[in-house]
Design a protein around this ligand. Structure first.
Ligand SMILES: [Zn+2]
Length: 171
């Protein structure tokens, strides 16, 4: 089957997403699926004959979350919570932190750039879940520059994931 590419940025890092609305479900029956670019967030449609979506049925996220380890903070009027990002995608992340902020609160999110890289800001983010030790954050709005840097970061994480496992010494 021909590999799907994002029409906006050309990457093959795209994810077929399961339709939830009636129209989408109907289109799915005709093998037309919604696809979300994992790097630039463009959404498009593609024909995928024979696509049964079985491999993704358990995960309805539009963006695949990648394991990560970055320091980050949530900012409301002042610093609201700081911690480590444990997984991330263009759609959001999990932050290991404790917070008194309620679900649904809009915040700014700052991810501290690893090893001297610039910080990545998300102008508008929302707290979508609160657990005793972690906070689920949904990214809503980026500046174009920050969005591009975040895409680059996700691309690097994807590349790390797809690298073949390293063979340790053969003693
Ligand atoms: Zn794209």
């Amino acid at each position: 089957m021909k590999e799907l590419h994002c029409p906006a940025c050309g990457t093959p890092c795209v994810r077929v997403i399961s339709g939830t609305s009636l129209i989408e479900k109907t289109l799915n029956r005709f093998s037309i699926f919604g696809v979300r670019c994992q790097l630039c967030t463009t959404r498009f449609q593609a024909r995928r004959p024979g696509n049964r979506m079985t491999s993704q049925a358990f995960d309805r996220r539009e963006y695949r979350r990648l394991p990560a380890n970055f320091a980050a903070t949530l900012i409301l009027d002042q610093l609201a919570a700081g911690g480590f990002v444990t997984d991330i995608s263009m759609g959001g992340c999990a932050l290991q932190a404790t917070t008194t902020l309620a679900r649904g609160t809009f915040v700014k999110f700052v991810l501290y750039g690893p090893s001297g890289q610039a910080d990545i800001k998300v102008d508008s983010a929302m707290i979508c879940s609160v657990q005793p030790q972690s906070v689920g954050v949904k990214f809503l709005e980026f500046d174009p520059e920050d969005k591009q840097r975040m895409g680059q970061l996700i691309l690097e994480l994807l590349a790390d994931q797809q690298a073949p496992p390293r063979i340790s010494s053969r003693s």
